[in-house]
Structures are given as structure tokens and as C-alpha cells.
Design a binder for this molecule. Structure first.
Ligand code: HMG
Ligand code: MG
Length: 306
């Protein structure tokens, strides 16, 4: 890749939602708020703070309303939430949420398992969400899951992802986050995916959302950067997975993405050491080790130098 001087990337921190929704322990809203504040203080500017979904389906996100009510208004910080339907949007608005995300899939089987409806039905539901969100002055992001593989049916065609992305973009989602839910993607698959999606959605409205199950997330991000993508989703300490995606591990770790961007000289505005601290905080609450190789290396270095 050529020099990235002057380039900048926006990270969407999804640890407090995508991460925590699939950890063994369910954390109280107060701890989730504490984590989110630490991440915002580290310089992250877009943070997914919860999900207004059925508590029966995803118990970890119970109390998302309390999280939003407790979050401070910080300059330039956007706290966002997932909403699966009109009810979710109403609850998000009532809690003071100013940006939401709807989530579709490029696999029928995954759509059924995740939100109990077909892809077409989900898009119909989201149309209603868009109308109400527009009235309320709330921006909507769109996710597409299973962009490089489905846990139930395997291969997913880039053209299918492009069609769902185009539908979400067409109904008014300002950005489409392409989710490699099960982390099976490779740089070649990422290229094929983006070749198809950039035909129908401008590249500056696309984001990469890579899970790191097969250790390819950083390579995939590097490929996507080379193709013009400038927004990536990541989780502090590589938290999480997806409750309806058996075997999937966490998102790419925020610390690992920051290290990559630092190495490429790409601006991001985030303090890597402060993210490592936030990771230590949340790992202690979860009783787990960090999944970030960069955090592991930096913590070991800190111990050596202490
Ligand atoms: P359903 O059972 O088809 O819907 O669920 P329903 O209308 O029959 O409602 C079932 C129950 O949910 C009822 O309660 C409703 O009141 C309630 P009950 O009578 O059983 O007590 N309900 C709600 N509760 C709270 N908030 C709501 C809401 N709507 C209905 N908004 C539904 C349909 C969509 C609700 C359900 O399937 C659901 O909540 N699914 C969420 C699944 C989820 O959150 N998955 C994880 C996020 S996706 C992801 O992680 C992928 C991503 O990271 C990208 C990637 O990696 O690919 C984004
Ligand atoms: Mg995800």
C-alpha cells in the first residue's frame, strides 16, 4: 500500500454492545457506563452503548435504557444503540439515544436465527424505523451480517451482500457496516466483497466490521484500507462475539487496529494506552484475559518496566 500520510480513520467502538453481548458474565449497567466513559476519554468518538432488543433473546443488553440515561453528554461523542424494530427505536428515543443502527443479514438462515424473520421482512420493518427516525432527527446506521460466510449455510455471495447493502443505503442509512460475523473472511474475500459493494454504495459510506475468529481481521482491514474504506468497528480487548453465531469469537481488538494504524501513520485521535487501561478494567469485571495481542504485549512491557 502507498503512504497513508494525512489519511484518517474513524473507529466505531462496539465493545460495550457487540462485545459484552456474548461474554459469559452479564454486567450491570453501571459497569457498562464506566467502561464507555473510559473509552470516550481515550478519544473514541462513536461508541455503541447498548441494544434495545428482547431481553429474552439477549439478556446481556438488559438495562440499555439505564445505560443511556447515565451517559454524559460529551462534545463530539455519539453514543449509539442497535434497534431491531419500531419498538426498539421508541425505547431508544425515550432513553435519549440520538443515533441507532438497524441490523439485517445477507443469509436467510442467520436472519431467522437472529431476528426471527426473513431478510425481506426485516427490510420492511426497517422502513418503518427509518420514517420515525427521520421525524425524530436521529441518524440510522445499517449493518449487514454474514458478509463473508454464514454459520448455518456457509458461503455467501458478494452480490447478495451488495443487494442488502443497497437496500439499507437506499432507505436512508447513512453508513453500511459490513459484518464478517463469523470471522472467516480473508483479504481475497474482502476484496471481492468490496468490489461488489462499492458498485452500489459509495466507499465513503461503507464500514468494515470484522470478527477475528480466524485471525484474519487485521489483514482484512489492511485490504479494506487499500480499497478506500475509512471506518472500522472494533472492540476493546477483543471482547465478545454474537449470541446467534455459534463459534464466532470477538470483534477485532481496538488496540490491534490502533497499532496497525499507528504503524501506517494513519490518524485516528485515540490514545492506545488509555484503551489498554479500559481493557484491563473490563477484563477484571469479566474474569477473562484480553484477546488483544497488542494489549498483551503492552501490558507485559509495562510489567517489565515497572
Ligand atoms: P420475536 O420473538 O420474533 O418478536 O423477536 P415478537 O414481536 O414476537 O416479540 C417477542 C418478545 O420480545 C415479546 O416479549 C416482545 O414484547 C419483545 P414477551 O411477550 O415474550 O415477553 N420485544 C422486544 N423487547 C424489547 N425490545 C424490543 C422488542 N421487540 C419485541 N425491541 C426480536 C423479534 C427482533 C425482538 C428478537 O428476535 C430480538 O430481540 N433479536 C435481537 C437479536 C440480537 O440482538 N442479536 C445480536 C445483535 S446482531 C449482531 O451482533 C451482528 C452485528 O454485530 C454485525 C455482525 O457481526 O455481523 C450487528
Ligand atoms: Mg458483530
Amino acid at each position: 500500500m502507498n503512504s497513508h500520510l494525512e489519511l484518517s480513520v474513524r473507529l466505531v467502538e462496539v465493545g460495550a454492545r457487540d462485545g459484552l453481548q456474548n461474554e459469559k458474565r452479564t454486567l450491570a449497567p453501571a459497569i457498562r457506563v464506566e467502561l464507555l466513559k473510559k473509552l470516550a476519554n481515550a478519544g473514541l468518538r462513536t461508541l455503541e452503548a447498548g441494544a434495545f432488543v428482547s431481553e429474552r433473546w439477549v439478556p446481556h443488553m438488559a438495562g440499555s435504557g439505564d445505560v443511556f440515561k447515565a451517559l454524559p453528554d460529551l462534545p463530539d461523542v455519539t453514543w449509539t444503540a442497535l434497534v431491531p424494530n419500531a419498538r426498539g427505536l421508541e425505547e431508544a428515543l425515550a432513553a435519549g439515544c440520538r443515533e441507532v443502527a438497524v441490523f439485517a443479514a445477507a443469509s436467510e438462515a442467520f436472519s431467522q436465527k437472529n431476528i426471527n424473520c426473513s431478510i425481506a421482512e426485516s427490510l420492511e420493518r426497517f422502513e418503518a424505523v427509518m420514517v420515525r427516525a427521520r421525524d425524530a432527527g436521529v441518524r440510522v446506521r445499517g449493518y449487514v451480517s454474514c458478509v463473508m460466510g454464514c454459520p448455518f449455510t456457509g458461503h455467501v455471495k458478494p452480490e447478495t451482500v451488495a443487494a442488502v447493502s443497497a437496500a439499507l443505503y437506499g432507505m436512508g442509512c447513512y453508513e453500511i457496516s459490513l459484518g464478517d460475523t463469523i470471522g472467516t473472511g480473508t483479504p481475497a474475500a474482502t476484496k471481492a466483497l468490496l468490489d461488489a459493494c462499492t458498485q452500489v454504495v459509495p466507499v465513503n459510506a461503507l464500514a468494515g466490521h470484522f470478527h477475528d475468529t480466524y485471525g484474519m481481521a487485521i489483514a482484512n482491514i489492511h485490504t479494506a484500507l487499500g480499497m478506500g474504506v475509512r471506518v472500522f468497528d472494533s472492540s476493546v480487548a477483543g471482547l465478545g462475539g454474537c449470541p446467534y453465531s455459534p463459534g464466532a469469537t470477538g470483534n477485532v481488538a481496538t488496540e490491534d487496529v490502533l497499532y496497525l494504524l499507528n504503524g501506517l501513520g494513519i490518524k485516528h485521535g485515540v490514545d492506545l494506552d488509555a484503551v489498554v487501561d479500559a481493557g484491563e478494567f473490563i477484563d477484571a469485571h469479566l474474569g477473562r484475559e484480553t484477546a488483544s495481542r497488542v494489549a498483551r504485549a503492552l501490558l507485559a512491557k509495562r510489567r517489565r518496566e515497572a
